[in-house]
Write a protein that binds this ligand. Structure first.
Ligand SMILES: Nc1ncnc2c1ncn2[C@@H]1O[C@H](COP(=O)(O)OP(=O)(O)O)[C@@H](O)[C@H]1O
Ligand SMILES: [Mg+2]
Length: 344
């Protein structure tokens, strides 16, 4: 199995940690791990150099023979499956998935459409609404229309509000604003990260997450909760100060658990996801309303990340989780083989 990691997004380092955990836990009797790193510049590295980015004990488990993505039928590529352990733009947004489809290789996780829909917060929220999933209303704007739309945004959203680049993750480019001056500056800031920006009302809420696993019959884990000190799970609290507390399973009433699991599966289906996804929710403090915030199609995958933790609390160990993802990837690829592309 080839494990793609690193990548061009701000989640480069997290991706290296995810890949190290995946390879570390892989059943060496059944699967050989071939590391393929993508540098920040976008350059792909040979397995032997890629292994150098991993901790020594993980690198020791790796197979370092050169591989080929393009192959002649009947000739081995050196691997038969890819785990794209990449987060954020280029790795989680359908681009790498399209490349793997073109090379006709089975891979873990969502295809082009599900990945792309899960990365674009504007499209994602429109699909939620279309499927009658509760989500915060939002306004989307192109970065060059800021001046003409400030009044309308203020009227629709009020303050405080959250301003986000449509296509990103890890809270990068996101700001909470409380005035027109802040709003305008935050849109300009978010516009450095994407052409499209979304604005939504800020809620005072608990942050709940739920893991989903499967293809056509996805199932949901027990939910977990992120307890953040200042009410904003920003880049620093995710990766630098690490001061957010992960509570798994979350303290919820049984009917809340069922509602969240149902919504998680519906959100997974609404976006046409496959393999895995982590669906993130808000439970608004003042009303108790459950709102779907976003879907992450390649969530953090270190052994202490929320996604594996929620499965472990639901009775599925980290190595078994990886085994299931591999099986789901082979199943999805086999199914796609049955699809006809010609009438004859
Ligand atoms: N509308 C909102 N109200 C309150 N907090 C929010 C809102 N939107 C985002 N946040 C905070 O910002 C964090 C990151 O936003 P999110 O939409 O999840 O983007 P990302 O894809 O970067 O994780 C959330 O986990 C939450 O702490
Ligand atoms: Mg998030």
């Amino acid at each position: 199995m080839a494990v793609l990691f690193g990548g061009r997004s701000s989640e480069h380092e997290v991706s290296i940690r995810s890949a190290a955990s995946i390879i570390g836990a892989l059943d060496g009797q059944r699967y050989a791990a071939i590391p393929i790193a993508i540098e920040r510049s976008g350059r792909w590295l040979e397995p032997a150099r890629s292994a150098g980015l991993l901790p020594a004990e993980v690198a020791d488990k790796c197979c370092l023979e050169p591989v080929e993505f393009w192959h002649e039928p009947g000739r081995s590529r050196g691997f038969d499956l890819v785990f794209p352990a990449l987060h954020g733009p280029f790795g989680e947004d359908g681009r790498v998935q399209g490349f793997l489809d073109m090379a006709d290789v089975p891979y873990v996780g969502s295809g082009v459409l599900g990945s792309a829909c899960g990365m674009d917060k504007d499209v994602m929220k429109r699909l939620f609404r279309e499927h009658r999933l509760p989500t915060l209303p939002h306004v989307a704007l192109a970065r060059n229309e800021t001046a003409s739309r400030l009044g309308e945004i203020e009227e629709c959203m009020g303050y405080p509000a959250f301003v986000k680049p449509a296509n990103l993750g890890s809270s990068v480019g996101i700001r909470k604003v409380a005035s027109r001056t802040d709003l305008s500056a935050a849109i300009e800031y978010a516009g450095q990260f994407d052409r499209k920006i979304i604005v939504e009302r800020a809620v005072d809420a608990r942050e709940i997450e739920c893991a989903v696993l499967g293809n056509d019959e996805p199932r949901a884990s027990l939910p977990g909760e992120i307890v953040v000190r200042d009410g904003f799970y920003d880049y620093d609290s995710k990766y630098v100060t690490d001061d957010a507390e992960l509570v798994v399973p979350a303290q919820l009433e049984p009917d809340q658990v069922l509602a969240i699991q149902g919504l998680a599966v519906d959100a997974f289906r609404a976006l046409d996801c496959a393999g895995l996804a982590r669906v993130d929710f808000f439970i608004e403090n003042s009303t108790g309303q459950v709102l779907v915030n976003e879907v992450n199609t390649m969530p953090g995958f270190t052994s202490i990340s929320m996604f594996p933790k929620m499965w472990s609390a639901s009775g599925l160990s980290y190595p078994d989780l990886i085994g299931q993802l591999i099986e789901l990837a082979f199943m999805r690829h086999a199914q796609s083989r049955e699809i006809r592309f010609e009438a004859s």
